[in-house]
Design a protein around this ligand. Structure first.
Ligand code: FHN
Length: 415
């Protein structure tokens, strides 16, 4: 395999393949598996050292409700999410599709159904792009550990892995995202045959996006539980939980607020990245109320202010300064100021170098009075209190005479 040729070819088509994804901005992550029945996070088997004989009967007791993926897809669409990624196989090794690689799968065991197929169908019914998560690490496969020290075991495990990935790329029509996870116990992409495997994937799914967790950078980076922009030009997607647990865990009660979710979304939008926000459905597939409430509220907010989030945006870093009343997203000659601390009837912004032609309040475009000197912009005619009754995060659109630029120096000069 000519790995350099593979990497060059993948790079050549990358921006075109990424176009829809960059503009989509926001996706749903779904962690659902045998572990959901325990309700103690997807790592319970490992952290509690649950014996295999005690864990595997979960494969026969699991009885998901009728097509819960439709509820997820509808919720994702209501939340303003444009794509969804389902754990087709997590570390526990249970496959949610009808794989020929192992009988430890949702068709042959308890569910008696192709849960991946139901997910793909539901996504398409709701206009969502389809992502499949695949854990390279496998706690159940007999070669899942010894593959690191035994060549024959590694060959068998790679054949299993590549067999699973091939099925996911051939059994469900167009797949938009392949989301690998956890490369333990192998230590290099050569050991994983990552280039060979991903070349197979791209041959089967020419438009697919592959994340960076098969030990090759591929199409996008995946900061986890923090929203940290990658270097300019590098696509990235922050994957985040709503309550600190990926898999269902009712005792994880520290739910992120809508305002925290909007702050994550803004940081992603301002940094040229995406947000993949997770739900951990109950074993029957239903979604915890806390998640439903938050996601529907975020969707209502995006229905009003989505212009500041979706589509091609410019990076804020290096162009705008931090402020006390709000934060920025940018597109061309337009700046969106997300006001999460409402200042009252007047808003002042220092250091804006670009002339502002027009300032309006989204979503209805209420005109604001613009007073601008070379040192500060003052907007008057604002309502006394925040006009956003959803999350108290209003957005002011500044239409400028050029790409917006704000300079406040070291921060110590004032007058
Ligand atoms: O161990 C997994 C974890 O369970 C979860 O799936 C996250 C999601 O990105 N990935 C791994 C931890 O990095």
């Amino acid at each position: 395999m000519n790995v350099e040729a593979y990497l060059r070819a993948a790079a050549a088509s990358r921006e075109e393949r990424l176009r829809w994804w960059r503009e989509a901005r926001f996706g749903m992550f779904i962690h659902w598996g045998l572990y959901s029945q325990l309700g103690r996070n997807e790592w319970a088997m490992n952290r509690e050292r649950i014996p295999r004989a005690e864990y595997e009967p979960l494969a026969d007791t699991w009885r998901p409700a009728e097509r819960p993926a439709r509820e997820w897809a509808r919720l994702a669409a209501d939340a303003g999410m444009r794509y969804a990624v389902l754990t087709a196989k997590h570390h526990e090794g249970f496959c949610l599709w009808d794989t020929a690689q192992t009988d430890y799968n949702a068709v042959r065991r308890g569910p008696g159904r192709d849960l991946v197929g139901e997910f793909v169908e539901a996504c398409r019914e709701h206009g969502l792009k389809v992502g499949l998560y695949y854990s390279l690490m496998d706690w159940r496969h007999p070669d899942g550990v010894r593959c690191a020290t035994d060549d024959a075991a590694r060959r068998r495990f790679l054949d299993f892995t590549q067999g699973c990935v091939r099925e996911l790329c051939t059994q469900y029509g167009p797949i938009d995202i392949l989301w690998y996870d956890c490369h333990w116990p192998l230590r290099t992409p050569v050991q994983w045959e990552s280039a060979e495997m991903n070349a197979m994937v791209r041959a089967l799914q020419p438009g697919i996006l592959i994340n960076n967790r098969s030990m090759l950078n591929e199409d996008f980076g995946t900061p986890e539980e923090h929203v940290t922009p990658a270097a300019e030009g590098r696509a990235w997607e922050a994957c985040m939980t709503l309550n600190g647990s990926w898999g269902y865990m009712p005792s994880a009660i520290d739910w992120r607020s809508v305002r925290e979710i909007l702050a994550m979304l803004r940081t992603a939008a301002a940094g040229g990245g995406n947000l993949l926000l997770n739900i951990g459905p109950r074993p029957d597939g239903s979604v915890p109320d806390e998640a439903v409430e938050r996601l529907r509220t975020v969707g209502r907010w995006l229905g009003r202010y989505g212009d500041a989030v979706y589509g091609p945006l410019d990076r804020v870093a290096g162009r705008m300064e931090w402020m006390l009343t709000g934060q920025w997203t940018l597109r061309g000659n337009t700046a969106y100021y997300w006001v999460d601390r409402w200042p009252g009837t007047t808003l002042a912004i220092g250091g804006l170098q670009t002339p502002v032609r027009r300032a309006t309040l989204l979503p209805n475009g209420t005109e604001l009075i613009v007073e601008q000197s070379d040192r500060r912009l003052v907007l008057r005619g604002l309502p006394e209190t925040s006009p956003d009754d959803i999350a108290g995060v209003a957005v002011i659109r500044l239409e400028c005479d050029g790409p917006p630029r704000q300079v406040l120096g070291s921060g110590y000069e004032t007058l």
